[in-house]
Design a protein around this ligand. Structure first.
Ligand SMILES: [Fe+2]
Ligand SMILES: [Fe+2]
Length: 177
C-alpha cells in the first residue's frame, strides 16, 4: 500500500506539508495586501491603493503557482483558510512598514523550503522554488524602497501626496536591459 502512495506522488510528506504552508502564507499575504489597499483607498492614497491591489493579485498568483505544482506532482493541494487579516493600520507609513515585514517573513519561509528540499534530496522542487527565491529579492527591494520614501521625501506638507504618487513608480533592476 505504501508503494502505491509513493506512486501517486513524487513529493515527500514533509515537502508537501511545507508547500501547503507556503500556499497558506501567499494567500494570507494576498488578503493583507487587499486590506492595505482598502485602507489606502479610504484614506485618500489612491495611487498606493492601486499598487496594493496589484500586489494582492500577484500574491494570489504566487499561491496558485505552488498550488498547481503540488497538484501536478500528484500531491494534495489544500485550499487555504485565511484568518487574522488586519483591517486597520496606524498610519500611511505603517502600511508599508508592515508590507516590508511581511515580505521579509516570506523570504525566510521560502529559504526554509529550499533548505528542506536539499535535506530530502528533492532537487526538482528546489528547482521550482528558484523562481520564488528571485521573486523575493525583487519584492523585498521594492518594499524597502517604499519605506525609504517616507524619509527621503518626508511626510510634512505635500509629502504624503508625493509619496503616494512615487510608490507605484518604484522598479527593480535595469528596465532597459
Ligand atoms: Fe509572494
Ligand atoms: Fe510578496
Amino acid at each position: 500500500m505504501k508503494d502505491l502512495v509513493r506512486m501517486r506522488t513524487s513529493l515527500k510528506e514533509e515537502i508537501e506539508h511545507v508547500l501547503n504552508e507556503q500556499i497558506k502564507m501567499e494567500a494570507h499575504s494576498s488578503a493583507i495586501y487587499l486590506a492595505m489597499a482598502s485602507w489606502c483607498d479610504r484614506n485618500g492614497f489612491l495611487h498606493s491603493a492601486e499598487y496594493l491591489y496589484k500586489q494582492s493579485d500577484e500574491e494570489r498568483h504566487h499561491m496558485l503557482k505552488i498550488f498547481k505544482y503540488v497538484a501536478d506532482m500528484g500531491g494534495t493541494a489544500i485550499s487555504p483558510e485565511i484568518m487574522n487579516v488586519p483591517q486597520e493600520f496606524d498610519s500611511f507609513r505603517n502600511v508599508f512598514e508592515s508590507a516590508l515585514e511581511q515580505e521579509i517573513a516570506v523570504t525566510h519561509s521560502i529559504n526554509r523550503i529550499v533548505d528542506a528540499c536539499r535535506r530530502s534530496f528533492d532537487f526538482g522542487t528546489e528547482e521550482f522554488m528558484k523562481w520564488f527565491v528571485k521573486e523575493q529579492i525583487e519584492e523585498e527591494y521594492i518594499a524597502r524602497r517604499a519605506v525609504e520614501l517616507f524619509d527621503v521625501i518626508g511626510e510634512e506638507g505635500v509629502g504624503r501626496y508625493m509619496i503616494d504618487k512615487a510608490i507605484p513608480e518604484i522598479t527593480f533592476g535595469d528596465e532597459s536591459a
